[in-house]
Design a protein around this ligand. Structure first.
Ligand SMILES: [Zn+2]
Length: 306
């Protein structure tokens, strides 16, 4: 690429950034004033230090921009996710990556010290999760469904389901006060069909924050540019340059929106707006925890329809 082209690319990016900031300001200024008085508290729980970022980074960025509070939790420390590094040194590197994500997205990011690739739905870890949800005083909890190719994802789904009722039981983990109101629990989107496919009850337009989401994911260098390309057999695709990498990551990770999610977007945003949406994140309401009406879902996800 010539220097002039690089200059144009950078100028273009600066203009896009300004447009994005102006859009955020307009859309969220009213909601921000409301949110600061009584912010929603969202906790996303993934198995690995990058799961929440992949499945919910856009929605998290929208919540943060509206003045709400978001925490990501990784139930394992990520100490198996590399082809050359491992153990405590890798866990340390991955914790540092999560703290960079926290800085870039404006979320809190906790990593629980359980081994990667060896997670089991034990009582001890269930109690860790109950405490995390209580300490965050969560209104919304989002986690994977318990059917997934990766055992750590699967058991994170089970662990959070197992916590859904217990967060309100004072005699369980009595050192951390029980929640007075049961949160709404939701699942991250996945593509698994058995025993039943994911149902996108909520679909969020994240087009305005897709670059922010990529910016967050880009902090996980050990994953998106090293480990995942290696295990996926596409290591030679990874570009060298910092900006080129982010563009590549966006193309690699986010393809088309499926029919079910598109239908949900139409429901929440109307058909004409939905047709314009390029990037979305979807969530399914879990049958455990509070069961929200449609009106309550709109209050819990105030970006819907905006
Ligand atoms: Zn994972």
């Amino acid at each position: 690429m010539t220097n002039f082209n690089l200059y144009l690319l950078r100028t273009n990016k600066k203009i896009m950034k300004l447009k994005f900031l102006a859009l955020l300001f307009c859309v969220f200024s009213i909601s921000l004033a409301m949110a600061q008085e009584n912010p929603l508290r969202i906790i996303m729980i993934g198995a690995h230090p990058d799961d929440c970022d992949i499945k919910g980074g856009g929605t998290a960025s929208l919540f943060v921009a509206m003045g709400h509070k978001v925490k990501f939790v990784s139930v394992t420390n990520g100490d198996a996710g590399h082809m050359e590094e491992g153990g405590g040194m890798l866990a340390k590197r991955r914790i540092a990556e999560t703290q960079e994500v926290a800085r870039r997205l404006g979320v809190a990011y906790d990593v629980l010290d359980n081994h990667d690739g060896e997670l089991l739905p034990t009582l001890e870890i269930r109690l860790q999760i109950i405490r995390k949800i209580r300490e965050w005083d969560a209104d919304i909890v989002i986690a994977p469904r318990p059917n997934d190719y990766h055992p750590d994802h699967r058991y994170t789904g089970v662990l959070v389901q197992d916590a859904a009722y217990m967060v309100g039981v004072p005699n369980i983990a009595p050192d951390t006060p029980a929640l007075e109101k049961n949160p709404v629990f939701l699942y991250f989107q996945d593509h698994f069909q058995k025993p039943n496919p994911f149902e996108p009850h909520v679909a969020v337009d994240i087009s305005a924050v897709i670059d922010k989401k990529i910016e967050g994911m880009d902090a996980h260098e050990s994953q998106f540019y090293e480990w995942l390309p290696w295990i996926g057999g596409y290591a030679e695709e990874v570009p060298e340059g910092k900006e080129e990498r982010k563009e590549w990551l966006k193309g690699k990770r986010f393809g088309s929106i499926n029919a079910a999610v598109r239908e949900s977007l139409e429901k929440w945003y109307g058909a004409s707006r939905a047709a314009q949406i390029a990037y979305a994140e979807a969530f399914e309401v879990c049958e455990y925890g509070s069961q929200p009406s449609e009106e309550e879902l709109k209050k819990l996800f105030p970006m819907l329809g905006e």
